[in-house]
Design a protein around this ligand. Structure first.
Ligand code: AN0
Ligand code: CP
Length: 319
């Protein structure tokens, strides 16, 4: 593995989860693997979990880590080709990425979508340029369209907590006051569709009309506008807001009644509730759920470490 940007970089998700659980049981077995290897973590957007869990994962593998908040601390970056740089941008991604590639052995990048131009966001131009010009293995810390380390941690969490052989997993849209990316639900969906194809679970998506995700991420999922129907017999409910893909980047309904609470949870098969965090309490998800034993959001966030360590270990093995 020399790239981790989507589930397509993984041959067998079941095997990958097994590797992660082995690392979780024995976290310091590979402390010399990363000796004298440097991980660069480049953030173009804020982060708590991704930054800390990936940094800690690298330290567990004996790597050195450099973190840069490029949006705030770096030179204003030009990402377009063929422009005369006589405006506000100071440095081109071609030089910036190539220089980072000289200092680092593995690169992690976080870059959110602009949510203005769908074609531009879904082309993953910034990500692809970092991959091309850095010339080193790259791990996604959330791109415009995907968040694979999150989805990997989510799958670990589901397989760890499942009470039946083939649990029903429901992705349930939630209200929000700001337009959020589709990256987390796209990615969760493509990982769950793969896990479903590998016989690990059954996957259902529910959202109000107009919040359909792009087909390329949902192939094999059952999709319904009826949240109550989706929640019936659910073993896991994955709560997440996203803005519209069709009416790109827009909030098209307030989503009244879509917030999950303990009453609504009674429809499920005593489902565990997940969220990637950060979560807005009593807007996206009720605090009574977050403060109850039904929520596994903290265990889920904890598994980000093992997801990152597994991926970094694989990337280190390739260099
Ligand atoms: C981001 C998102 O929804 O993609 C990051 C989640 C990990 N969330 C917010 O911007 C609140
Ligand atoms: N879930 C997640 O990626 O959190 P951060 O944005 O805090 O990294």
């Amino acid at each position: 593995m020399n790239l981790f940007t989507s589930v397509n970089d993984v041959a067998d998700v079941s095997e990958l989860v097994k590797k992660a659980l082995a690392i979780k049981a024995n976290p310091y077995a590979d402390q010399s693997l990363g000796k004298n290897k440097t991980l660069g973590l480049i953030f173009l957007n804020p982060s708590l979990r991704t930054r800390l869990s990936t940094q800690k994962a690298a330290l567990n593998l004996g790597m050195n880590v450099m973190v840069m908040n490029m949006d705030k601390e770096g030179w204003a970056l030009e990402t377009r080709d063929g422009v005369i740089m006589n405006g506000t941008t100071v440095e081109h991604i071609r030089e910036a990425a190539a220089v980072i590639g000289e200092y680092c052995d593995v690169l992690g990048i976080r870059s959110f979508p602009g949510l203005k131009n769908r074609e531009e966001d879904y082309s993953e131009e910034i990500f692809n340029k970092f991959i091309k010009y850095s010339g080193i293995p790259v791990v996604s810390l959330e791109s415009a369209t995907r968040h694979p380390l999150q989805s990997f941690a989510d799958l670990i969490t589901i397989l760890e907590h499942k009470k039946i052989a083939r649990p029903k997993v429901v992705l349930s849209w939630a209200p929000h006051i700001k337009p959020l990316p589709q990256a987390v639900p796209n990615s969760f969906s493509e990982w769950m569709c793969r896990a479903q194809a590998e016989g690990l679970l059954d996957f259902v998506i529910t959202h109000p009309e107009g919040y359909e995700l792009a087909d390329e991420f949902t192939s094999g999922a059952q999709i319904t506008y009826d949240q109550n129907e989706a929640l019936k017999n659910a073993d896991f409910v994955y709560v997440k807001n996203w803005s519209s893909y069709q009416d790109y980047g827009k909030i098209i309904s307030s989503g009244d009644g879509w917030m999950l609470d303990l009453e609504r949870l009674k429809i499920t098969n005593e489902a565990k509730v997940m969220h990637c965090l950060p979560v807005r309490r009593d807007l996206e998800l009720s605090s009574e759920i977050l403060d109850s034993g039904e929520s596994i959001v903290i265990q889920e966030a904890a598994n980000r470490l093992w997801a990152a360590q597994t991926v970094l270990k694989n990337l280190l093995s390739s260099i």
